[in-house]
Design a protein around this ligand. Structure first.
Ligand code: FMN
Length: 183
């Protein structure tokens, strides 16, 4: 079982980073191999809408997303972590998600079916609807790709790394990682 985590916050030591790492720790303790990527450290150009992928079979933009495509296609489960920015995912996360269009091609898309997807979100506002747009975006995407969508890990936290001081939230993150990597 290979679990690949994506950290969509630009803030090193931030809440999303803590959540994703705790999820991956749980997955490892359930026997998985894990890899993580910090999207902000990678070159991921926004999708150009050129539709070259539809004839070539993969996005033609030669940037770090090419490595991520390989990682995704090899993975059994994906963890996508994002802070909530303006009631949606961060720009880094959105650019990454849009670029999945580059493998949403007949003959490739089918390879995503069955891979597990877990979303983790950090946000400041305790309103339970704060992450709704992002959850719905990822859930719909998971349905499209026929990927089982696991119960998202949500954290209300504002300051950098605040979530690390919330044992109950960290426990949920760890448990979600374990569940993701268990059959
Ligand atoms: C540009 C920006 C937009 C934000 N928008 C929201 C928002 O719409 N709702 C919310 O609850 N928090 C919002 N926040 C707060 C962050 O989601 C919160 O601080 C989160 O813990 C950041 O996660 P991180 O530490 O992983 O970066 C925003 C923060 C920034 C910097």
């Amino acid at each position: 079982m290979k679990v690949v985590g994506f950290i969509g916050s630009p803030r090193a030591g931030g809440n999303t980073e803590h959540l994703v790492r705790e999820i991956l720790r749980g997955a490892r303790e359930a026997g998985a191999n894990t890899v993580e990527f910090v999207l902000n450290e990678l070159a991921i150009r926004p999708c150009q809408g050129c539709d070259a992928c539809k004839s070539v079979g993969r996005c033609r933009i030669q940037d770090d997303m090419q490595t991520l495509y390989d990682e995704i296609l090899e993975a059994d489960a994906l963890v996508i972590g994002t802070p909530i920015y303006f009631w949606g995912p961060s720009a880094q996360t959105k650019a990454f998600l849009d670029r999945l269009y580059g493998i949403d091609v007949e003959g490739v898309r089918e390879k995503l079916a069955g891979k597990r997807l877990l979303l983790a979100c950090a946000f400041a506002d305790a309103d339970p609807h704060t992450a709704d747009n992002t959850i719905n975006m990822l859930r719909t995407g998971a349905e499209w790709f026929k990927m089982p969508f696991y119960e998202p890990v949500l954290a209300v936290a504002s300051a950098r790394g605040e979530v690390a001081g919330q044992p109950e939230t960290m426990r949920r993150a760890y448990a979600a990682g374990r569940a993701l990597a268990s059959s």
